[in-house]
Design a protein around this ligand. Structure first.
Ligand code: SER
Length: 851
């Protein structure tokens, strides 16, 4: 049996509830990435949400340590044990057992289930933790226990959040392969490998660094799955284990060079990074210029750069990703489900980077040719940041030449960039923490709007200004946030905007409710006060039910669109973002190309058919597993509780969703697609309208058509437009002709004579002039650098065109001729043109005047 299952079964047999791995991107944005197994329980540790009925939990959690507080990216490939993505096995106690039991469980699992010999085990405890030291002494020789300080034995999730002293279990791998100066117990070498960290969760760290005791001391442990697998397989590096070797072998077969551990950093980087890229893409993170998508891009670029070092000159990482899907798809089926789209996305991104890789090398070489001692820190940073050259790679390339990098400038650029990266994901919803709400309670309805009252008699229990500073009163004319003891408003969530409405006191409008948001289970209302609103005031809260219903229509419309998209384009279409408003919806999904207009029509038809079929909506509360068994679509950006709500439209759509929906698809009315566009690489967006907005959209289009018909005085717009277009073309042409017919006309008797230059088609002009005149003789000439040419036309006159042009052609050293009514000529003596024209005039005069 694999280690993952052994671990979960062991703790399950000890009364722990098994939890699935939460998404790598935490829903509340409190972290860049989920970096430990405890993240899905952090609000339970702090007491923000009550502990589950079973106060013991266990999980195998996918963790990312790249780009955030816990960042291992730069080390990966160069040590035996660092990874950007790994699985953390953990057991958790929420105020239930503490140190004694946690240590006993860990010892039993390590020695009895994993079977490690006690002679290879060591532990560390926090220097101040006598209690842990004593407990451990019951299991292990005290000589093997080391006390270490905060750096090694104090664990915290991020800059803020739950934390506490910890105790780590180490396995001595023996001296044979390890001889570095760091390879002593407690050092940084690889010989003594830390496999399990037991955190005694006791504090909550706030933004100022203050530690407040948690409501109940708790346990959070984390054991690196990859390390344990490697140890049990007798490998000295995680990369030599059965988890990474298939990936490394794949790299070797692509580059055609066998893998050797000592020179294998590039292979290891690629194997590690392929896993991260695969899971991030599968969980809905996309390559981007900032935030998480930017970390993903950096990981891919680092891998591709290492492929380039191995001599690979074209996209290859997508093939390693395929291998990851194959290997991990049994445990994480969504990898297989989204494989095709991920591979396409990865390949596109690789192609783009291969384009800049060469220019990066050029920049490097150019700078190198100008460097004598210190390589520019700015250029090194540019290589790192823009072209994806990791610093250690640039350093390697310089090392051979005995050059160093101006690290001070590099670090300055790096911290500036880090600040920007942090700023780009902070502040996106995390400004206000549930903890700020103290112990406030609220009656609130969690069901669809159908079951939720649209007005309540309520009292204001808390008030905040616009910057979320707590106040006691919102003055008339000001905006702020209110907490009601009894809340009828449905808060923003799952992509849907929050309810708006009004407060009334004694039938007078007291405030407009502009928005409703949820923080730690409490709904806050953003208000614009029309009179002073004080904490303790009683009022009647009324929801804008018309607006709420329109939100519901767009929400249900979104579910039907999602289902129709999957029907039309395949199951690989995955939701990548959604916005549900009262007057429109926006739905982002993974797909590698733009939809054709035919597909868009088809999609719109499908959704409207589902609407017209009037399918009743059903909701059901069940466990996540049960919901998945029923085929419910779960989203990676969402965090699901023990009980989930399934929203279903017959057998057409089944999604996990906590939002407001209409009772029957027929209520949506109709659905129109406004626009389809690209959001980022591999992600498309559809904007559409339902309900009243759909009606207004269609109505306005019809009105526009009616106005056009009236303006054009027609019932058949299409025929009229075609007629107008043709008419327009004809007029344009006539305009041109008119311009070209604008010649000076001589009158000789009743004959019209034209002798003139033209740049246009002389024959056409002559035909038109003949059509418009009864008696006419025309001679048109065109002159280029080395040639002059003539055309002549005559109608109803004794002048013969053929003779006319022949006469003058002789002057310009050429010849010509033709019929009496039409003739052409040309010659090379362009400097004698004037003479030729004079002769033409004379000849015409002679014939027509009889001179
Ligand atoms: N949170 C601790 C860690 O990540 C133990 O799970 O090491």
């Amino acid at each position: 049996m694999d280690i993952r299952s052994k671990f979960l079964e062991f703790f399950s047999s000890k009364g722990h509830q098994v939890y699935a791995s939460m998404p790598l991107v935490p829903e509340d944005n409190s972290l860049l990435f989920t970096n430990a197994g405890m993240v899905q329980f952090k609000d339970v540790f702090t007491g923000e949400i009550p502990a589950p009925q079973t106060p013991r939990a266990t999980s195998s959690q996918l963790c990312m340590r790249a780009g955030g507080k816990h960042n291992d990216l730069e080390n990966v490939g160069y040590t035996a044990r660092h990874h950007t993505l790994f699985e953390m096995l953990g057991n958790f106690s929420f105020g239930d057992y503490f140190k004694e039991q946690a240590i006993a469980y860990a010892w039993e699992f390590v020695t009895e289930v994993l079977g490690f010999d006690k002679s290879v085990l060591y532990v560390t405890v926090h220097q101040s933790d006598d209690e842990a030291f004593e407990i451990w002494s019951k299991h292990i020789d005290p000589q093997r226990i080391k006390r270490l300080g905060d750096k090694d034995n104090f664990w915290q999730m991020g800059d803020t959040g739950p934390c506490g002293p910890c105790s780590e279990i180490f396995v001595d791998q023996g001296a044979e392969h390890f001889c570095g100066s760091e390879d002593y117990f407690g050092g940084d070498g690889d010989r003594f490998l830390e496999i399990w960290n037991l955190v005694f969760m006791q504090y909550q760290r706030d933004a100022l660094g203050n530690l407040t005791p948690l409501p109940k001391p708790s346990i959070d442990t984390g054991m690196g799955l990859e390390r344990v697998v490697a140890l049990l397989e007798g490998k000295r590096s995680n990369f030599d284990s059965s988890i990474f070797m298939p990936l490394i072998q794949k790299v070797a077969s692509i580059c055609g060079k066998p893998y050797h551990y000592d020179k294998g950093a590039s292979y290891r980087v690629i194997a590690d990074h392929a896993r991260s890229v695969a899971f991030l893409l599968a969980q809905g993170v996309h390559f981007d210029k900032e935030g998480r998508g930017y970390v993903l891009r950096r990981i891919l670029r680092r891998a591709v750069r290492h492929g380039y070092l191995l001599g690979i000159k074209e996209p290859f990482l997508f093939e390693i990703i395929q291998e990851v899907c194959l290997q991990m798809g049994g445990i994480y089926p969504y990898l297989l489900e989204r494989q095709n789209i991920m591979i396409q996305e990865c390949k596109n991104e690789e192609e783009r980077f291969f384009e800049t890789l060469e220019s990066g090398m050029q920049l490097f070489n150019k700078e190198l040719s100008q460097t004598s001692v210190i390589f520019s820190g700015e250029v090194a940073f540019k290589l790192y940041d823009t072209y994806g050259f990791p610093l250690d790679l640039t350093l390697d390339m310089l090392r051979d030449r005995n050059l160093e990098i101006d690290m001070q400038t590099f670090d300055q650029c790096m911290s500036k960039q880090k600040e920007m990266a942090r700023a780009s994901w902070k502040g996106s919803g995390g400004e206000f923490k549930g903890g700020d709400l103290g112990n406030v309670t609220q009656i609130t309805q969690e069901n669809s709007y159908l079951e939720q009252p649209c007005y309540t008699q309520s009292k204001i229990t808390m008030a905040f200004d616009e910057n979320f500073r707590q106040i006691t009163e919102i003055l008339e004319g000001q905006k702020g946030w209110i907490v009601l003891d009894n809340n009828p408003f449905y808060p923003q969530g799952g992509g849907a905007i929050g309810d708006s409405g009004w407060f009334f006191t004694r039938d007078q409008l007291a405030a407009d409710v502009l928005d409703s948001r949820k923080y730690a289970e409490i709904t806050l209302n953003q208000v614009l006060a029309h009179c002073d609103l004080k904490v303790g005031d009683s009022l009647e809260a009324r929801v804008d039910t018309m607006r709420q219903k329109e939100i519901a229509k767009h929400h249900s419309g979104t579910h039907l669109l999602h289902s129709a998209l999957r029907d039309l384009l395949g199951e690989q279409v995955a939701q990548a973002g959604s916005l549900v408003e009262n007057h429109r919806l926006r739905f982002d999904f993974t797909f590698s190309r733009a939809l054709t207009s035919f597909e868009l029509q088809d999609l719109q038809d499908r959704v409207n058919t589902l609407i017209a079929t009037c399918i009743p909506m059903q909701t059901q509360e069940t466990s996540l597993d049960e919901a998945k068994k029923q085929g419910a679509i779960a989203l990676f950006s969402e965090k699901y509780a023990d009980k989930v709500r399934v929203v279903q439209f017959g057998d057409v759509s089944c999604e996990l969703c906590g939002g407001i929906h209409i009772a029957n698809s027929g209520e949506i009315g109709s659905f129109y697609i406004l626009k389809e566009s690209g959001v980022s690489s591999g992600v498309r967006r559809i904007e559409a309208v339902c309900g009243e907005s759909a009606y207004l959209y269609a109505k306005n289009l019809i009105l526009e058509m009616a106005t056009l018909k009236e303006q054009l005085k027609t019932q058949d717009l299409s025929a009229s437009i075609q007629k107008l277009t043709e008419e327009n073309k004809r007029l344009k042409k006539m305009g041109q002709n008119q311009a070209s017919l604008d010649f000076e006309i001589q009158k000789i008797g009743d004959a019209s004579v034209i002798i003139a230059e033209t740049k246009e088609n002389g024959k056409e002009i002559i035909d038109q002039l003949k059509n418009q005149n009864d008696k006419i003789a025309i001679l048109l000439f065109q002159q280029t650098e080395d040639k002059v040419s003539f055309v002549a036309g005559v109608k109803n006159l004794p002048l013969k065109a053929g003779i006319w042009v022949k006469e003058i052609a002789q002057v310009v050293g050429g010849n010509g001729g033709g019929r009496d009514d039409f003739a052409t000529a040309g010659g090379k003596d362009t400097h004698r043109l004037q003479e030729a024209l004079q002769k033409a005039q004379m000849y015409a005069d002679q014939i027509l005047k009889g001179e």
